[in-house]
Design a protein around this ligand. Structure first.
Ligand code: ZN
Ligand code: ZN
Length: 361
Protein backbone atom coordinates (compact mmCIF):
# COMPACT_ATOMS: atom_id res chain seq x y z
CA UNK A 1 0.00 0.00 0.00
CA UNK A 2 1.29 3.45 -0.95
CA UNK A 3 0.84 6.94 0.46
CA UNK A 4 0.90 10.25 -1.43
CA UNK A 5 2.99 12.89 0.29
CA UNK A 6 3.88 16.56 -0.26
CA UNK A 7 7.54 16.71 0.73
CA UNK A 8 9.21 20.00 1.68
CA UNK A 9 12.94 19.89 0.89
CA UNK A 10 13.89 23.30 2.25
CA UNK A 11 13.43 25.34 -0.95
CA UNK A 12 10.96 28.12 -0.04
CA UNK A 13 7.53 27.80 -1.62
CA UNK A 14 8.19 24.44 -3.29
CA UNK A 15 7.00 20.91 -2.57
CA UNK A 16 7.40 17.63 -4.39
CA UNK A 17 4.38 15.34 -4.60
CA UNK A 18 5.74 11.82 -4.17
CA UNK A 19 4.43 8.31 -3.68
CA UNK A 20 6.01 6.27 -0.88
CA UNK A 21 5.36 2.76 0.32
CA UNK A 22 3.68 2.56 3.73
CA UNK A 23 5.99 0.46 5.93
CA UNK A 24 4.69 -2.27 8.25
CA UNK A 25 3.50 -0.78 11.56
CA UNK A 26 5.75 -1.10 14.59
CA UNK A 27 4.33 -1.96 18.04
CA UNK A 28 2.02 0.76 19.32
CA UNK A 29 1.60 2.48 15.95
CA UNK A 30 -1.69 3.27 14.24
CA UNK A 31 -2.14 3.92 10.51
CA UNK A 32 -4.48 6.82 9.73
CA UNK A 33 -5.92 8.03 6.44
CA UNK A 34 -5.85 11.84 6.33
CA UNK A 35 -9.27 13.44 5.78
CA UNK A 36 -8.15 17.08 6.12
CA UNK A 37 -5.20 19.14 7.35
CA UNK A 38 -5.25 22.91 7.83
CA UNK A 39 -2.19 25.07 7.22
CA UNK A 40 -0.90 26.61 10.43
CA UNK A 41 1.22 29.75 10.62
CA UNK A 42 4.19 27.56 11.62
CA UNK A 43 3.76 25.54 8.38
CA UNK A 44 3.80 28.82 6.44
CA UNK A 45 6.89 30.13 8.29
CA UNK A 46 8.75 26.92 7.42
CA UNK A 47 7.54 26.51 3.84
CA UNK A 48 8.24 30.17 3.01
CA UNK A 49 11.77 29.92 4.46
CA UNK A 50 11.30 32.08 7.56
CA UNK A 51 11.90 29.22 10.00
CA UNK A 52 14.13 26.17 9.79
CA UNK A 53 12.96 22.60 10.28
CA UNK A 54 15.01 19.50 9.48
CA UNK A 55 14.32 18.47 5.87
CA UNK A 56 13.06 16.58 3.99
CA UNK A 57 9.85 16.81 5.96
CA UNK A 58 6.10 16.40 5.63
CA UNK A 59 4.57 19.52 7.17
CA UNK A 60 1.06 19.80 8.62
CA UNK A 61 -0.08 18.99 12.15
CA UNK A 62 -3.71 20.23 12.27
CA UNK A 63 -5.04 16.92 11.06
CA UNK A 64 -8.28 14.96 11.09
CA UNK A 65 -8.05 11.37 9.96
CA UNK A 66 -9.69 8.00 9.90
CA UNK A 67 -8.24 4.87 11.53
CA UNK A 68 -7.05 2.40 8.87
CA UNK A 69 -5.27 -0.22 11.00
CA UNK A 70 -3.49 -0.92 14.29
CA UNK A 71 -0.14 -2.64 14.55
CA UNK A 72 -0.73 -6.32 15.40
CA UNK A 73 0.83 -5.67 18.82
CA UNK A 74 -1.34 -2.63 19.58
CA UNK A 75 -4.32 -3.31 21.81
CA UNK A 76 -7.16 -0.94 21.11
CA UNK A 77 -7.52 -0.67 24.90
CA UNK A 78 -4.02 0.84 25.18
CA UNK A 79 -4.09 3.71 27.69
CA UNK A 80 -2.96 6.09 24.95
CA UNK A 81 -5.85 5.36 22.66
CA UNK A 82 -9.25 7.04 22.63
CA UNK A 83 -9.06 9.20 25.70
CA UNK A 84 -12.71 10.03 25.53
CA UNK A 85 -13.29 6.58 27.02
CA UNK A 86 -14.53 4.79 23.97
CA UNK A 87 -12.72 1.98 22.29
CA UNK A 88 -11.12 2.95 19.03
CA UNK A 89 -12.24 1.09 15.90
CA UNK A 90 -11.06 0.97 12.31
CA UNK A 91 -12.92 3.74 10.44
CA UNK A 92 -13.25 6.06 13.47
CA UNK A 93 -12.78 9.77 12.74
CA UNK A 94 -10.02 11.04 15.02
CA UNK A 95 -7.58 13.76 15.88
CA UNK A 96 -4.56 13.39 18.13
CA UNK A 97 -2.13 15.31 20.33
CA UNK A 98 0.44 17.35 18.41
CA UNK A 99 3.21 15.67 20.46
CA UNK A 100 3.96 12.15 21.66
CA UNK A 101 6.43 11.62 24.52
CA UNK A 102 8.59 8.60 25.37
CA UNK A 103 7.07 8.09 28.88
CA UNK A 104 10.57 7.45 30.34
CA UNK A 105 12.55 10.72 30.36
CA UNK A 106 12.61 13.23 33.19
CA UNK A 107 9.98 15.51 31.62
CA UNK A 108 7.65 12.62 30.76
CA UNK A 109 7.91 11.25 34.30
CA UNK A 110 7.29 14.81 35.54
CA UNK A 111 3.99 14.89 33.57
CA UNK A 112 5.38 17.17 30.86
CA UNK A 113 5.21 14.73 27.91
CA UNK A 114 4.85 17.75 25.58
CA UNK A 115 8.46 18.64 26.50
CA UNK A 116 9.83 15.07 26.22
CA UNK A 117 13.58 15.06 25.53
CA UNK A 118 12.91 12.98 22.38
CA UNK A 119 9.47 14.43 21.64
CA UNK A 120 7.76 13.33 18.44
CA UNK A 121 5.95 16.36 17.02
CA UNK A 122 3.65 15.82 14.06
CA UNK A 123 4.45 18.02 11.07
CA UNK A 124 7.77 19.10 12.58
CA UNK A 125 9.83 15.94 12.11
CA UNK A 126 12.45 14.94 9.56
CA UNK A 127 11.10 12.35 7.13
CA UNK A 128 13.24 9.24 7.65
CA UNK A 129 12.84 5.55 8.42
CA UNK A 130 12.07 6.42 12.07
CA UNK A 131 9.22 8.75 11.01
CA UNK A 132 8.30 8.07 7.38
CA UNK A 133 4.76 9.51 7.58
CA UNK A 134 4.62 12.09 10.37
CA UNK A 135 2.88 15.05 8.73
CA UNK A 136 -0.63 15.88 7.54
CA UNK A 137 0.26 17.07 4.02
CA UNK A 138 -0.12 13.49 2.88
CA UNK A 139 -2.75 10.82 2.28
CA UNK A 140 -1.68 8.86 5.40
CA UNK A 141 -0.01 9.41 8.79
CA UNK A 142 1.50 6.80 11.11
CA UNK A 143 0.75 7.62 14.75
CA UNK A 144 3.58 7.00 17.19
CA UNK A 145 3.08 5.00 20.37
CA UNK A 146 1.94 7.22 23.28
CA UNK A 147 0.04 9.60 21.02
CA UNK A 148 -3.19 10.68 22.72
CA UNK A 149 -6.01 9.94 20.29
CA UNK A 150 -9.51 11.41 20.46
CA UNK A 151 -12.62 10.51 18.52
CA UNK A 152 -14.24 13.49 16.81
CA UNK A 153 -17.98 13.87 17.53
CA UNK A 154 -20.21 13.76 14.42
CA UNK A 155 -21.37 17.32 15.02
CA UNK A 156 -17.87 18.71 14.41
CA UNK A 157 -17.04 19.01 10.67
CA UNK A 158 -13.54 18.00 9.51
CA UNK A 159 -12.50 21.58 8.74
CA UNK A 160 -13.26 22.79 12.26
CA UNK A 161 -11.92 19.65 13.92
CA UNK A 162 -8.57 20.49 12.26
CA UNK A 163 -8.33 23.55 14.52
CA UNK A 164 -8.67 21.50 17.70
CA UNK A 165 -5.22 19.96 18.01
CA UNK A 166 -3.39 23.24 17.48
CA UNK A 167 -5.07 26.56 18.26
CA UNK A 168 -7.97 25.27 20.39
CA UNK A 169 -5.84 22.98 22.58
CA UNK A 170 -3.11 25.64 22.89
CA UNK A 171 -5.76 28.23 23.80
CA UNK A 172 -7.03 25.84 26.46
CA UNK A 173 -3.47 25.46 27.81
CA UNK A 174 -3.11 29.26 27.94
CA UNK A 175 -6.43 29.74 29.73
CA UNK A 176 -5.66 26.98 32.24
CA UNK A 177 -2.67 29.05 33.43
CA UNK A 178 -5.10 31.72 34.67
CA UNK A 179 -6.71 30.74 38.00
CA UNK A 180 -9.98 32.53 37.16
CA UNK A 181 -11.38 34.75 34.44
CA UNK A 182 -14.52 35.54 36.44
CA UNK A 183 -15.07 39.34 36.44
CA UNK A 184 -11.51 39.94 35.20
CA UNK A 185 -10.44 42.46 32.57
CA UNK A 186 -8.52 40.70 29.80
CA UNK A 187 -6.09 42.07 27.23
CA UNK A 188 -5.05 39.88 24.28
CA UNK A 189 -2.21 40.75 21.91
CA UNK A 190 -2.92 39.16 18.52
CA UNK A 191 -6.26 38.33 16.85
CA UNK A 192 -5.04 35.21 15.07
CA UNK A 193 -6.73 31.87 15.70
CA UNK A 194 -5.07 31.53 19.09
CA UNK A 195 -6.15 35.03 20.17
CA UNK A 196 -9.72 34.61 18.94
CA UNK A 197 -10.06 31.22 20.61
CA UNK A 198 -8.64 32.54 23.90
CA UNK A 199 -11.08 35.44 23.66
CA UNK A 200 -14.01 33.04 23.22
CA UNK A 201 -12.80 30.90 26.14
CA UNK A 202 -12.28 33.97 28.38
CA UNK A 203 -15.84 35.07 27.56
CA UNK A 204 -17.25 31.64 28.43
CA UNK A 205 -15.21 31.67 31.66
CA UNK A 206 -16.79 34.94 32.79
CA UNK A 207 -14.35 37.72 31.86
CA UNK A 208 -15.86 41.16 32.55
CA UNK A 209 -14.20 42.79 29.53
CA UNK A 210 -11.99 41.62 26.66
CA UNK A 211 -9.74 43.93 24.66
CA UNK A 212 -7.85 42.61 21.63
CA UNK A 213 -4.95 44.40 19.95
CA UNK A 214 -4.07 43.62 16.33
CA UNK A 215 -2.71 45.88 13.58
CA UNK A 216 -4.81 44.09 10.93
CA UNK A 217 -8.24 45.67 10.50
CA UNK A 218 -9.97 42.53 9.23
CA UNK A 219 -8.67 40.59 12.22
CA UNK A 220 -10.00 43.29 14.56
CA UNK A 221 -13.45 43.10 12.94
CA UNK A 222 -13.43 39.30 13.29
CA UNK A 223 -12.48 39.63 16.98
CA UNK A 224 -15.84 41.30 17.75
CA UNK A 225 -17.56 37.99 16.94
CA UNK A 226 -15.33 36.06 19.34
CA UNK A 227 -16.14 37.90 22.53
CA UNK A 228 -14.01 41.04 22.22
CA UNK A 229 -15.70 44.10 23.73
CA UNK A 230 -13.06 46.46 22.36
CA UNK A 231 -10.33 46.24 19.72
CA UNK A 232 -7.26 48.44 19.32
CA UNK A 233 -4.69 48.84 16.56
CA UNK A 234 -1.90 49.47 19.09
CA UNK A 235 -1.54 49.35 22.88
CA UNK A 236 -2.56 52.82 24.06
CA UNK A 237 -1.03 52.73 27.60
CA UNK A 238 -4.30 54.13 29.00
CA UNK A 239 -5.47 51.00 30.82
CA UNK A 240 -4.07 48.07 32.74
CA UNK A 241 -5.65 44.61 32.90
CA UNK A 242 -6.08 41.64 35.27
CA UNK A 243 -5.12 39.08 32.62
CA UNK A 244 -2.71 39.77 29.73
CA UNK A 245 -2.22 37.17 27.00
CA UNK A 246 0.70 37.74 24.59
CA UNK A 247 -0.25 35.59 21.60
CA UNK A 248 1.13 37.63 18.71
CA UNK A 249 4.84 36.88 19.03
CA UNK A 250 5.47 40.48 17.95
CA UNK A 251 8.45 42.17 19.61
CA UNK A 252 6.56 45.36 20.52
CA UNK A 253 3.71 43.39 22.07
CA UNK A 254 6.11 41.32 24.19
CA UNK A 255 7.86 44.52 25.25
CA UNK A 256 4.69 46.33 26.34
CA UNK A 257 2.84 43.37 27.84
CA UNK A 258 4.26 43.89 31.36
CA UNK A 259 3.23 47.57 31.28
CA UNK A 260 -0.33 46.43 30.55
CA UNK A 261 -0.59 44.41 33.79
CA UNK A 262 -2.69 45.40 36.83
CA UNK A 263 -1.51 44.61 40.35
CA UNK A 264 -1.72 40.81 40.87
CA UNK A 265 -2.17 40.22 37.12
CA UNK A 266 -1.42 37.00 35.26
CA UNK A 267 0.67 37.45 32.11
CA UNK A 268 0.95 34.48 29.73
CA UNK A 269 3.40 34.34 26.82
CA UNK A 270 2.50 31.85 24.07
CA UNK A 271 2.99 33.75 20.81
CA UNK A 272 6.77 33.92 20.50
CA UNK A 273 7.47 30.59 18.79
CA UNK A 274 9.89 31.94 16.17
CA UNK A 275 13.25 33.68 16.77
CA UNK A 276 12.70 37.14 18.31
CA UNK A 277 14.99 39.84 19.73
CA UNK A 278 15.17 40.12 23.51
CA UNK A 279 12.89 42.58 25.29
CA UNK A 280 13.60 44.86 28.26
CA UNK A 281 11.51 44.12 31.33
CA UNK A 282 11.82 46.13 34.54
CA UNK A 283 12.04 43.64 37.46
CA UNK A 284 10.78 46.29 39.89
CA UNK A 285 7.50 46.35 37.99
CA UNK A 286 7.14 42.57 38.30
CA UNK A 287 7.85 42.80 42.03
CA UNK A 288 5.70 45.79 42.88
CA UNK A 289 2.74 44.64 40.78
CA UNK A 290 2.92 41.08 42.21
CA UNK A 291 2.87 39.65 38.69
CA UNK A 292 2.63 35.99 37.75
CA UNK A 293 4.25 35.25 34.38
CA UNK A 294 3.94 31.93 32.52
CA UNK A 295 5.12 30.55 29.20
CA UNK A 296 3.01 28.03 27.28
CA UNK A 297 4.34 25.80 24.50
CA UNK A 298 3.11 22.41 23.20
CA UNK A 299 -0.01 21.90 25.33
CA UNK A 300 -0.31 18.83 27.57
CA UNK A 301 -1.82 16.04 25.39
CA UNK A 302 -4.80 15.62 27.72
CA UNK A 303 -5.93 19.19 26.85
CA UNK A 304 -7.05 18.06 23.39
CA UNK A 305 -10.15 16.40 24.88
CA UNK A 306 -11.58 19.55 26.53
CA UNK A 307 -10.51 21.56 23.47
CA UNK A 308 -12.70 19.38 21.22
CA UNK A 309 -15.53 19.62 23.77
CA UNK A 310 -15.20 23.43 23.80
CA UNK A 311 -15.51 23.59 20.00
CA UNK A 312 -18.54 21.28 19.99
CA UNK A 313 -20.26 23.20 22.80
CA UNK A 314 -19.63 26.62 21.23
CA UNK A 315 -20.18 26.06 17.50
CA UNK A 316 -23.25 28.28 17.57
CA UNK A 317 -21.91 30.82 20.09
CA UNK A 318 -18.86 31.84 18.05
CA UNK A 319 -18.49 31.70 14.24
CA UNK A 320 -15.56 29.26 14.09
CA UNK A 321 -16.56 28.27 10.54
CA UNK A 322 -15.66 31.82 9.44
CA UNK A 323 -12.05 31.03 10.33
CA UNK A 324 -11.90 28.56 7.43
CA UNK A 325 -11.13 30.40 4.20
CA UNK A 326 -11.15 27.66 1.54
CA UNK A 327 -10.01 24.14 0.61
CA UNK A 328 -7.24 22.99 -1.72
CA UNK A 329 -6.16 19.53 -2.86
CA UNK A 330 -2.76 18.15 -1.91
CA UNK A 331 -1.40 18.57 -5.44
CA UNK A 332 -2.26 22.30 -5.23
CA UNK A 333 -0.11 22.76 -2.11
CA UNK A 334 2.29 25.34 -3.60
CA UNK A 335 -0.63 27.64 -4.54
CA UNK A 336 -2.30 26.96 -1.20
CA UNK A 337 0.68 28.07 0.92
CA UNK A 338 1.11 31.26 -1.13
CA UNK A 339 -2.58 32.13 -0.70
CA UNK A 340 -2.57 31.16 3.00
CA UNK A 341 0.47 33.34 3.66
CA UNK A 342 -1.58 36.39 2.66
CA UNK A 343 -4.51 35.52 4.95
CA UNK A 344 -3.82 36.45 8.58
CA UNK A 345 -6.36 35.00 10.98
CA UNK A 346 -7.96 32.37 8.76
CA UNK A 347 -7.08 28.84 7.69
CA UNK A 348 -6.80 27.06 4.37
CA UNK A 349 -7.61 23.36 4.55
CA UNK A 350 -5.81 20.74 2.45
CA UNK A 351 -7.64 17.54 1.48
CA UNK A 352 -5.67 14.69 -0.09
CA UNK A 353 -7.76 14.45 -3.29
CA UNK A 354 -11.18 14.99 -4.82
CA UNK A 355 -12.34 11.57 -3.62
CA UNK A 356 -11.69 12.53 0.02
CA UNK A 357 -14.86 14.48 0.66
CA UNK A 358 -15.14 16.67 3.74
CA UNK A 359 -17.96 16.10 6.17
CA UNK A 360 -20.49 18.76 7.08
CA UNK A 361 -20.84 22.31 5.82
ZN1 ZN B 1 -0.78 24.77 14.22
ZN1 ZN C 1 10.07 11.57 27.27
Amino acid sequence: MNARVAVFNGIPGTFSIDTVEIPPLKPGEVLVKVRACSLCKSDLHTSMGRRNEPTPTILGHEIVGEVVSFSPQTESSSPFIAFNNTELQVGDRISWSITAGCTNCENCIGDLPQKCSTVHKYGHTKMDTHAPLAGGLASHVILHPHTFIYKIPNSLPDQLACLANCSTATAYAVCEKVPSFQDKSVLIFGAGLLGLTCSAMAKVRGASSITIIDPNQESRIRAKFFGADRTLEHFDQSNTYDVVLELSGAHDACQTSVNACNTNAHLIFAGAVAPINSVYINPEMIVRRLLTIHGVHNYHPTFLGPAIEFLVANLTNFPFSRLIHSNYYLNEIETAVKVADQLPGTRIVIVPSAEDALTGE
